[in-house]
Design a binder for this molecule. Structure first.
Ligand SMILES: *Cc1c(COP(=O)(O)O)cnc(C)c1O
Length: 386
């Protein structure tokens, strides 16, 4: 293990503050290290492994396509990509989909489409996108600029023009920020990296009204909240509203890289021939895997996600924790221990959890069992009682 870690430090760019652990395999909500120690996985690779590690159906779908055709250029038609887009549209009411490889790319595509929509209709001078303070939208230059956290706005000057930031849940500030240059408003309904902060209903509904009244596009970033995580297929479905664009990634691919930007009525024809593209986007192997994931996120599963999430949050509250989130996107804090200490102690006790800002963050696979949940809760309880 020491050797691998030394080599990692020698050869991998030092962007990650890694935990001192090497995982070599997994099954469902279980992970195994080099000594074959078993861990409970309440991270799912940051909401990526929707049905846990090495899910049978996912593996079957991926392997089948892998032995037929692993890649072909987007200048040809491929069935897995088309089937996945059809399924997405059927389940969401979206009219068209653009496939990319990550959350940042899905948002990049949304930003481009938003600006083009406005350019096509109103000309050159209407391009501004309002995002929220404390948001996270990705690591490319445009999505970093969109990310409303000062910490991310260092080193890489100049950032893009045409972004402004509004405090989450502040309707008055949002109204003030809208100008004749505003083309879009982009937000996460639950700020994930920002610390599992659930936006309030009134704010989201007010933003939707402001957007609609001014022909400003409402872009919902569902990269982390999407694909069943919050107990709805996409988290905006928790509110009675219709976005113009939604973006997703993480859980859609079940562990393989995919991003999707979904266009609704207003925006379906904005991207035209030559205006965007991707070499790998819509790769047939990945789309086959994603299809097997998305087709299983049905009403029964979504109901169970809500129930399991409520169960976990009730238990955590009874241990004295403050809880945040929806479905199986959960954050918590306790008074006597900081989140990094809890994360480390949980790992020492064979439970993998994440952090987000000051919170401990739990993102288990959506099919985690109650037995696994109880085992994890026991570890957390002992950790916060000691
Ligand atoms: C993770 C995340 C992204 C970035 O996704 P990548 O796949 O890392 O590019 C964007 N938005 C939200 C809300 C995220 O949680």
């Amino acid at each position: 293990m020491k050797k691998i870690i030394e080599k990692d430090k020698q050869f991998i760019a030092g962007t990650y503050n890694r935990q001192n652990k090497i995982f070599v395999k997994g099954k469902g909500s279980k992970l195994y290290d080099e000594q074959n120690n078993e861990y409970l996985d309440f991270s799912a690779g940051i909401a990526v492994n929707t049905f846990g590690s090495c899910d049978n159906e996912f593996q079957k779908a991926v392997k089948k396509q892998l032995s037929k055709l692993q890649h072909i250029s987007n200048i040809y038609y491929t069935e897995p990509q088309i089937l996945l887009s059809e399924l997405i549209c059927k389940k969401t009411g979206a009219k068209k989909v653009f496939f990319s490889n990550s959350g940042a790319e899905a948002n990049e595509c949304a930003i481009k489409a938003c600006r083009k929509y406005s350019f096509d209709k109103y000309g050159n001078d209407r391009y501004e996108i309002i995002t929220l303070k404390n948001s996270f939208h990705g690591r490319t230059m445009a999505t970093l600029t969109a990310t409303g956290q000062d910490d991310y706005h260092k080193y890489f000057n100049p950032f893009l023009k045409g972004f402004s930031y509004v405090e989450a849940n502040n309707i008055a500030e949002m109204k003030k920020a809208v100008t004749s240059h505003t083309a879009g408003i982009m937000l996460e309904t639950i700020q994930g990296e920002g610390g599992i902060l659930v936006l309030n209903d009134d704010f989201i509904k007010a933003v939707a009204v402001i957007a609609k009244e001014n022909d400003i596009l409402l872009i919902i970033d569902e990269v982390q909240t999407g694909n069943g995580r919050t107990g709805k297929l996409y988290s905006y479905m928790n509110y009675n509203l219709q976005p113009d664009i939604i973006t997703t990634a993480k859980g859609l691919g079940g562990g393989l890289p995919i991003g999707a930007t979904m266009f609704f009525e207003k925006t379906e024809n904005v991207l035209t021939f030559g205006s965007h593209g991707s070499t790998f986007g819509g790769n047939p192997v990945i789309c086959s895997g994603a299809y097997s994931i998305l087709s299983r996120i049905d009403d029964d599963l979504l109901k169970s996600v809500t129930e399991k999430g409520n169960y976990i949050m009730e238990k955590l509250t009874s241990y004295g924790a403050k809880t945040f989130g929806k479905g199986l996107m959960i954050g918590f804090t306790v008074d006597n221990k900081d989140n990094k200490t809890i994360q480390k102690e949980c790992l020492d006790n064979k439970l993998v959890v994440l952090t987000a800002h000051d919170k401990v963050r739990l993102l288990p696979p959506l099919n985690v069992s109650y037995k696994e949940i109880d085992s994890a809760l026991l570890i957390i309880k002992e950790c916060i009682n000691n």
